[in-house]
Write a protein that binds this ligand. Structure first.
Ligand SMILES: [Zn+2]
Length: 259
């Protein structure tokens, strides 16, 4: 029985999460990975700190000869132009690698492709504030943050996927993923995630009469009538005017004529 987490009479949580068991070693968009390495390179006070060997060589050059041993020195990247090699191979810097929960953003079909070596994730952070700020988060009104309800013990409190800190993780870190190391959003929440990402990163290509006002004065056309019937249903709206549900098909998605 996979749904014994909720018994009759229990308060029903909003329940973002799929209660059916996740498959080991299978990963989908909209899954929370419990501990993946997330890199943070906080801007230091005045400079980036370069890591070099005692003789000033870069770490990867020293590693080629088998281990660096000894000590490394930390150099101020601003100190002189000579600190930077001009060969385009880059340099090692001080950064913090931390294992934490992250939300998988890569499309499921891309994750399963062997040729793709990295997956896109957003680190998950706890949302410290309650009240109006939390209400905004829950309503999806904070572009850079996607709300995740608590999922103890991994997420003790309301949390969010931080879309400003999206990064990729090499698949080798999560090669063998046991079923206690991930859990999954419900399909409806994964679709909400897709809408959220589109809205945040994309130019809106349609407006939803359930949650949007008309952004500018103009003629709006129902997408369902057009796509399913080749019919044009339209309504004229002023800026910030209400977009009504389509009287012909009850559709709620509208595109602006001429855009
Ligand atoms: Zn319609």
């Amino acid at each position: 029985m996979s749904s014994n987490a909720i018994t009759p009479g229990d308060a029903q949580p909003e329940n973002h999460y799929d209660l059916s068991p996740v498959e080991a070693n299978q990963l989908y968009q909209g899954e929370v990975l419990v501990d993946v390495p997330i890199l943070n390179m906080p801007k230091p006070e005045s400079c980036w700190s370069l890591l070099r060997t005692r003789t000033g060589r870069r770490i990867h050059e020293a590693l080629k000869e088998g281990g660096i041993g000894g000590l490394v020195q930390v150099l101020d990247s601003n100190k002189s132009k000579e600190q930077w090699y001009a060969d385009g191979l880059g340099d090692y810097v001080m950064a913090i690698l931390d294992k934490r929960p992250a939300l998988v953003l890569s499309q499921t079909c891309d994750i399963s492709q062997a040729s793709k070596t990295r997956i896109l994730v957003a680190p998950i952070r706890e949302h410290a504030r309650a009240g109006a700020a939390l209400d905004l988060l829950k309503a999806g009104k904070i572009g850079a943050a996607f709300w995740l309800e608590p999922h103890p013990p991994q997420l003790q409190n309301d949390s969010y996927a931080d879309l400003e800190q999206i990064q990729t993780v090499h698949k080798s870190y999560i090669k063998r993923i046991t079923d206690d190391r991930h859990f999954r959003l419900k399909a409806a929440r994964t679709r909400a995630l897709q809408r959220h990402l589109t809205k945040y990163f994309g130019r809106p290509n349609s407006y939803d009469s359930r949650e949007d006002k008309a952004p500018v004065k103009g003629t709006y056309m129902c997408t369902s009538c057009f796509y399913f019937d080749g019919h044009v249903s339209r309504q004229d709206c002023d800026e910030q005017g209400t977009l009504f549900t389509c009287g012909r098909c009850q559709g709620t998605s509208w595109i602006l004529k001429g855009r």
